[in-house]
Design a protein around this ligand. Structure first.
Ligand SMILES: *[C@@H]1O[C@H](CO)[C@@H](O)[C@H](O)[C@H]1NC(C)=O
Ligand SMILES: *[C@@H]1O[C@H](CO)[C@@H](O)[C@H](O)[C@H]1NC(C)=O
Ligand SMILES: *[C@@H]1O[C@H](CO)[C@@H](O)[C@H](O)[C@H]1NC(C)=O
Length: 305
């Protein structure tokens, strides 16, 4: 049963556009560098390389990350893991949360990005940004993409009302339908190495999203384990609304699942066209979302609307 879930989704969302993604692929060798040159030196926080998102009974999938490497134990034992479902009943209004103090500089020397495909995510590495949270200045490190979304907002919660085995079935069937098609995570890092991540989630829209287009237009040239340098990628300082957002303390959503990450989820829901989404899905060769984690004792803060 679980083996088929990933395949079914890939077929459903990608098959009809599969040839489109590959036929538009054109090699541009002058800009291609190996990931060992660019990706590793720029941003790798991976201790080892044997984990996956497989939703089969695979021993490398999200339920087994902690078993793959002792340094990843917190993936299982942690009480502040990410992603989560941001649910209206768990929110706590926080009057201290004002407009997000973030600045992105799109001068050519900063917007000059390197885009990598490491087989698990598409990463856009560039500098020129800062985000201040509780007096700590986090600088922009990179942006990455997950499909379907990792975080959910008011996700349908079958856990409490359904018998356990029925709830498992519902979660399997709706594994993808209960999520947004795409999540963008903007990683910032403090001088001490702590992460603050801003999340935007996307739903389907007819028109191509011009911000995402800067990345999707490059995906045909970017095969697995390749990097593309010198791509201008502008990030806008003022998302539609920097007043309305959710904030909580969580973890990295990939091994080593380190906690102490400040997550900020912008409440505006953006649009991605079906073709843009298909380009991500083809490049990623499937889903790359960790299942939603228990909230435990945490509260999610919401900026005062
Ligand atoms: C995963 O990789 C790490 C380091 O590369 C290694 O120590 C560990 O034994 C591997 N685990 C499995 C289950 O292969
Ligand atoms: C952008 O990056 C490329 C490759 O890293 C480099 O050759 C080029 O000079 C950079 N351009 C600017 C404006 O910084
Ligand atoms: C935060 O750090 C950036 C450099 O990363 C700097 O340009 C900016 O002025 C700093 N902001 C504050 C408020 O200190």
């Amino acid at each position: 049963m679980m083996v088929s879930c990933r395949r079914a989704f890939v077929l459903y969302h990608c098959f009809f556009l599969w040839s489109l993604g590959w036929s538009s692929a054109q090699q541009d060798e002058t800009h291609l560098k190996s990931v060992t040159d660019l990706y590793n030196e720029a941003s790798s926080h991976l201790a080892s390389d044997n984990w996956s998102y497989s939703c089969s009974e695979s021993s490398e999938g999200p339920d087994h990350w902690a078993d793959l490497d002792p340094r990843w134990a917190v993936c299982k034992s942690g009480r502040m893991q990410s992603p989560i479902d941001v649910h209206k009943y768990e929110l706590e209004e926080d009057l201290e949360l004002g407009m997000l103090p973030l600045t992105y500089d799109n001068a050519p020397e900063y917007s000059n990005a390197t885009i990598t495909n490491d087989g698990r995510t598409i990463k856009v590495i560039r500098g020129g940004g800062s985000l201040i949270i509780k007096g700590v200045n986090y600088s922009l490190a990179y942006v990455d993409f997950h499909s379907p979304s990792e975080h959910t907002i008011n996700g349908v919660d079958g856990r409490s009302v359904l018998p356990a085995n029925l709830a498992v079935l519902v979660k399997l069937i709706f594994r993808f339908m209960l999520r947004f098609p795409l999540e963008m995570q903007v990683f910032h890092v403090s001088p001490e190495g702590a992460n603050a991540i801003i999340v935007a989630v996307f739903e389907y829209g007819e028109a191509e999203n011009p911000v995402l287009e800067q990345v999707t237009s490059q995906l045909g040239k970017l095969k697995k384990n390749q990097a593309l340098a010198g791509v201008p990628v502008n990030i806008y300082s003022k998302p539609t609304d920097t007043h309305h957002y959710y904030q909580y303390g969580g973890s990295l959503t990939t091994p080593p699942c380190t906690e102490g990450v400040i997550w900020t989820i912008v409440s505006t829901i953006y649009k991605v066209s079906p073709i843009q989404l298909a380009l991500f899905r083809v490049a990623l060769e499937g889903s790359n979302s960790r299942p939603v984690q228990a909230l435990n004792e945490r509260k999610v803060s919401v900026s005062a609307f």
